[in-house]
Ligand binder design. Structure first.
Ligand SMILES: [Cu+2]
Length: 161
């Protein structure tokens, strides 16, 4: 239709009630608005994760943040978080990662062993990734592949159930 009207369609600018502020700012480890499971993990200079096990439903979306709480330079002490597929030999994966410094200790030949991973974090850096939990119930190992960290226990388990 042709509309010569000059009157701008008052598109609810000022009159519109402000949308209710999202009441979801809290809820630290539950779910966000999309139903994703929110997980926050700290990686310390003690070469440990502060969270070594958590659960998810099959196929659930997971929003995971890894934070490196340490002060040491990245070359000496960095951390990542790598979730391996079921049945992958974590020790063998970690051994392969040792030679993958050029790719931040993510071994290219083992890319198929990985469900999800963060980037390698220097001091006080953090990274947030979103991925879907496996659909098959069971235990899935996660680890830090920076040299020696897995061997001293920088690992944990995601249980899908
Ligand atoms: Cu580490």
């Amino acid at each position: 239709m042709i509309c010569g009207c000059s009157k701008p369609q008052s598109s609810s600018s000022a009159a519109a009630p402000a949308p209710a502020p999202a009441a979801s700012a809290s809820a630290p480890s539950a779910s966000d608005d999309s139903g994703a499971k929110v997980v926050s993990i700290e990686a310390s200079e003690a070469m440990k994760y502060n969270l070594t096990s958590f659960t998810a439903s099959p196929g659930q979306e997971i929003k995971l943040t890894l934070t490196n709480t340490g002060n040491q330079p990245k070359a000496a002490m960095a951390h990542n978080w790598i979730l391996l597929k079921k049945g992958v030999d974590a020790a063998a994966f970690d051994a392969a990662a040792l030679t993958a410094a050029a790719t931040d200790y993510i071994p290219a030949a083992q890319a198929n062993d990985i469900i999800a991973h963060t980037r390698l974090l220097g001091p006080h850096e953090s990274d947030t990734i979103t991925f879907k939990a496996p659909t098959e119930p069971g235990d899935y190992t996660f680890l830090c592949s920076f040299p020696a960290h897995f061997q001293v226990g920088m690992k944990g388990t995601l249980t899908v159930k």
